[in-house]
Design a protein around this ligand. Structure first.
Ligand code: SF4
Length: 317
């Protein structure tokens, strides 16, 4: 069987929680990511969704090699990421707010050229590649001399994308890539991302809380709650046949009742529990309207409820 581009295998990230004057007394661990597994194929998009604190940002940091895992592995083309030459060039990121990710003292051209300079490219080759990338993201080559404040929000995000594409990555982590943009230009940016994916065969890990964006962009969706995956399915299957009560609640919050599941609609109440002290059994049981006795002490495993559709809930048997 063909090895996927990216494999996340039993990945865990626990942060020690300390107290005391010198913060040396460990009183517990925050299980930000707790034994998650998924794959992404070349040229495909996986959406990673959940409320803040669910572990999606930590997952993307582990994939970007910005954090070291407590356990488990991230593999690119079947090899552990530290054995992959130029991993940092092959896996890039575009963040939510281009204001904070673009250096205001650098021209757009210099920002885009950053990784090429590090890689030792010649001036002439860099200039040609920067012009090509500006056109690739719908800007003009002469705009290379302008500074970030001279661009609109959507144009700044295009510059961030051009910078990410400079090193010809195989995977880009898109962390809320359109949520800081005006609603009127979100569709343009999403279409641009799709066009670039079709041309460059690049894969995306799309981290977002906005399910409309994820539905439009992603081929498959992973839903996380308190560090665990609760549902994982192809996008169409997830929206047509949503299974996990938490995913239903997320959909109920954004879609009209008819689409969200009619009488099945679930309104989430209460805060997400602390990851330092997650509830025993099913971690969602303190907020789930279908909670049963078993849910309070027995953690449901992720199992196939329909072909390719994984769910972690005792309602699935
Ligand atoms: Fe709700 Fe129980 Fe399913 Fe958890 S396992 S989502 S508490 S029904």
């Amino acid at each position: 069987m063909k090895e996927p581009l990216l494999r996340v295998a039993h990945l865990r990230k626990y942060y020690p929680f300390t107290r005391g004057v010198l913060f040396t007394r460990m009183i517990g661990e925050v299980k930000a990511v707790d034994d998650i597994s998924f794959t992404i194929d070349a040229g495909r998009t996986l959406g990673l969704v959940g409320e803040s604190g669910c572990g999606k940002t930590t997952t993307s940091k582990l994939i970007l090699d910005l954090e070291q895992p407590t356990g488990g592995q991230v593999l690119l083309d079947g090899r552990p990421i530290h054995a992959v030459r130029d991993y940092r060039a092959l896996v890039q990121a575009v963040f939510q707010d281009p204001w904070s990710s673009l250096n205001p003292r650098m021209t757009a051209g210099r920002i885009i050229a950053e990784s090429l300079i590090v890689a030792g490219w010649s001036r002439a080759k860099i200039a040609a590649r920067v012009s090509e990338l500006l056109e690739h993201v719908g800007l003009r080559p002469e705009q290379a001399t302008q500074y970030p404040h001279e661009f609109s929000g959507g144009q700044r995000q295009r510059i961030a994308l051009a910078g990410a594409l400079a090193s010809r990555p195989r995977l880009i982590v898109l962390d809320e890539p359109v949520s800081a943009l005006d609603v009127s230009i979100r569709a343009q940016m999403m279409n641009l991302l799709k066009d670039i994916q079709a041309q460059d065969d690049v894969a995306y890990l799309l981290v977002a809380h906005d399910l409309a964006t994820v539905r439009y962009m992603a081929d498959d969706i992973v839903v996380m709650y308190l560090g665990r995956i609760v549902e994982h399915a192809p996008t169409r299957a997830l929206f047509d046949d949503v299974r996990h009560p938490y995913t239903k609640a997320l959909l109920s919050a954004v879609l009209p009742p008819r689409v969200a599941g009619g009488e099945d609609e679930i309104v989430l109440t209460g805060e997400i529990p602390s990851p330092l002290d997650p509830p025993p059994g099913c971690r969602f049981h303190t907020r789930c309207p279908f909670v049963m006795r078993r849910c309070t002490h027995e953690e449901p495993m992720l199992r196939e409820a329909a072909p390719g559709h994984l769910v972690a809930c005792h309602l699935e048997g």
